[in-house]
Write a protein that binds this ligand. Sequence first.
Ligand SMILES: [Zn+2]
Length: 159
Amino acid sequence: MNSTTIEQLFKFDQNVEVIHSLMESEDLYVVLKVCSTHARCPGCKHLSSRRHSRYARKADDLSVSDRSVHLTILLHKWFCVNAKCEIKIFTERLDWLQPSGRKTTRLEKLIRHIGFSNNCLVAEKVCRKMGISISHDAILYRVKKEVSAPSSYCPFRGD
Ligand SMILES: [Zn+2]
């Protein structure tokens, strides 16, 4: 896989750059850098262009060519520039990874589809075959969470 292909696979948004990748027999490790020039405070919604520091997050993504994909994402913390806001420093929010998520949104979506299509023990086996490391309990948690969320789509409710 050449570097252009790797970049296309992990172009989650316009600010994301692939800065390193390492392919092993069963895993693909990718380091991404988020190059945002500003970020929106999750509290007061003001835009800030004052960077505080850089930090790293780890997350898994959809597998590629039978390899589990492990991302290291370098991004920023920001100062909130609104003097009236209680939040002084905040972490950058990403559309493709929840604030405390350890799996990308697209991987979470796939796991939920598999979880709703099978019982959770079978879903765990399917996930393992696809290079997704997750327990049946974690799949069951996701299914229950979605079923109990009143506003979300659920195939069991017939909506
Ligand atoms: Zn704020």
